[in-house]
Design a protein around this ligand. Sequence first.
Ligand code: NAD
Length: 427
Amino acid sequence: MVVAYNAASAAQQTNNPFDTALSQYDRAVHYLDLPAGVIEFLRYPRREFSVNFPVKRDDGRIEMFTGYRVHHNTVLGPSKGGIRYSLAVDLDEVRALAMWMTWKCALAGIPYGGAKGGVVVDPKTLSPRELEALTRRYAAELIPLMSPHSDIPAPDMGTNPQVMAWIMDTYSMTVGYSVPAVVTGKPLNIGGSQGRNEATGRGVIICMVEALKRWGNVRPEDIRLVVQGFGNVGANAASYAHSLGFKIVGISDITGGVYNANGLDVPLMRNFVAEHGDLNGYAGGDIVTNDELLTLPCDVLIPAAMEGQITGKNAAQIQARMIVEGANGPTTPDGDDILNERGIYVVPDILANGGGVVVSYFEWVQDLQAFFWDAEEVYRQLQRAMVRSYYATESVAEEYNVDMRTASQILAIRRVADAVITRGIYP
Ligand code: NAD
């Protein structure tokens, strides 16, 4: 028996990411003339894998952890998606993130389906040895699902290139030979790609630069940005924007935020975080809470932390004229409605943060061919891919007279549905 997912409208009331993902899907799919069965098919995750596994702590205790891996859809190719380590991980979050990966890969025009994984853990509470043990055991549990031709993980919140290295090593030791292409976001010295670490944040800014052309000939120094989250996506977006001359006036991480109307010194803040672990105690501006950060005066707001940040409760107070989503699912459907009513232009997550999976795809291609590109080539191809997706989405938005989120979903769903129809339903 399958679970009936008919709770999409619940996203209006709850902050459940899977309800949000389904509600966005329902809003977009009704513009497409698809068979009812195909519409239903694409609402379901294909496979959901839950694992409970032991890890030996440094003091000798054995502790149980829970992890997930969900493959939403694999019609266009092997499933692709990050692995998240966070206490907030649950099955609905992983389902939502897997579904968004399906749309993101289809929108970027890369031959992947969508997946996501997660372990319920705060990685900061583990020693390096415990983190390695947890990662290796979780990776070993995923081996029936994972391979360069079936499912290819990557980093997400709470994981990093070192974690990817342990996954690659665990898989390789199990099959008996080295398989760099089983995971992306690896360190460079074991088959990682130039530019992968920077790719998501850089792609966010590439999209923002294209979107800003709507406002005519703007000068970067006149555009004020606020960035929520200062990890892989937020810090790389802020750094790239800073290098292009944009003024970053607000930045936060989980410990809170800083605001400086004259512009923040992003390189200094990155050094501070490298030294202290987070932004707590950084003195280069006024201290603000994460709630206050989202409603600061600015031109562009870049949520780059987590889901459910812009909601029916705070969307009316947002002062930015444009939102470029670095995080996955940062805006709930009721938040979206308010932003749309207020004419705030939203560049949606599956478009704006697609640079990460695009360069992951380049990494996988390089690993399979054992032929590596220089950073210049990676960035050139990334720029091309992001600009192409941006304008493809914009033209669907014009064609259907819809917002950019709905347009991005229409385009992605159409590509996946067309592939379903071409392949046919097995058997
Ligand atoms: P990360 O773990 O590197 O960084 C997360 C950052 O957000 C940290 O600075 C953390 O302190 C901050 N944060 C966490 N909770 C917060 C909160 N409640 N308020 C404010 N800040 C908070 O993670 P990441 O890889 O940068 O991922 C961030 C988002 O981008 C996630 O939604 C992720 O799914 C999405 N994303 C990541 C990638 C990638 O390549 N890493 C690609 C696409 C999308």
